[in-house]
Design a protein around this ligand. Structure first.
Ligand SMILES: C[S@@+](CC[C@H](N)C(=O)[O-])C[C@H]1O[C@@H](n2cnc3c(N)ncnc32)[C@H](O)[C@@H]1O
Length: 176
């Protein structure tokens, strides 16, 4: 019994804690975007038919799934490094019958090529936005809209900033 208990603990450690610590160390810990911010994100994105929305560090899938439901004319994709969160998103996609239009990948966004996306959403950390800014310049096509909740991209001029009372700012950048 004792050994089984220890094995379960070890499994929880491997599946939950280790990836969470790794994610926090490399980019950002899991903190979900507030539901009430999603409409502001949609407003900034100005989606067009067949746009690809890509969420870097998709968390529990809250944003990507809400956007897929509210914007039936676009494709939605996310990438998440934490296996448990990835599994949760995968199950949510299936349960919501969105499998034909919504995809989530298990892995690091540093390894993801960004060239296909028309809209990229991030809720990460300042140092991560700085690291990603070089990747955005290298890989994003002209006109790509990059939206960042709370943290601006250091040194970049935002095209638009969405503000709301007692809520964090959401920044829009457009690749030239
Ligand atoms: C602050 S949370 C935001 C979650 C979600 N985007 C939201 O707004 O609700 C950051 C997420 O990024 C994930 N993450 C951290 N580093 C990552 C990496 N290198 N590649 C992919 N995901 C990563 C974390 O596991 C976490 O779920």
């Amino acid at each position: 019994m004792y050994v089984i208990g220890q094995l379960i603990l070890l499994l929880i450690l491997i599946l939950v804690l280790v990836p969470a610590v790794y994610a926090s160390y490399t980019a950002a810990p899991f903190i979900p975007t507030k539901k009430r911010d999603i409409d502001r994100i949609i407003k900034l994105a100005r989606f067009k038919k067949d746009d690809l929305f890509l969420e870097l560090g998709a968390g529990s899938g809250r944003v990507m799934l809400a956007i897929a439901q509210k914007q039936p004319e676009i494709e939605v994709s996310g990438i998440e490094i934490h296996p448990l969160l990835w599994l949760i998103i995968t199950i949510r996609i299936l349960f919501n019958g969105l499998g034909n239009r919504v995809k989530v990948k298990l892995g690091s966004f540093y390894q993801q090529n960004l060239k296909e996306a028309e809209v990229i959403y991030c809720f990460l950390m300042p140092k991560t936005m700085e690291k990603l800014s070089k990747k955005f310049i290298r890989e994003c096509k002209r006109g790509t809209r990059i939206i960042s909740r709370v943290f601006p991209i250091p040194g970049w001029q935002a095209r638009q900033i969405s503000t709301a009372k007692n809520e964090p700012s959401v920044y829009l950048y457009i690749i030239k």
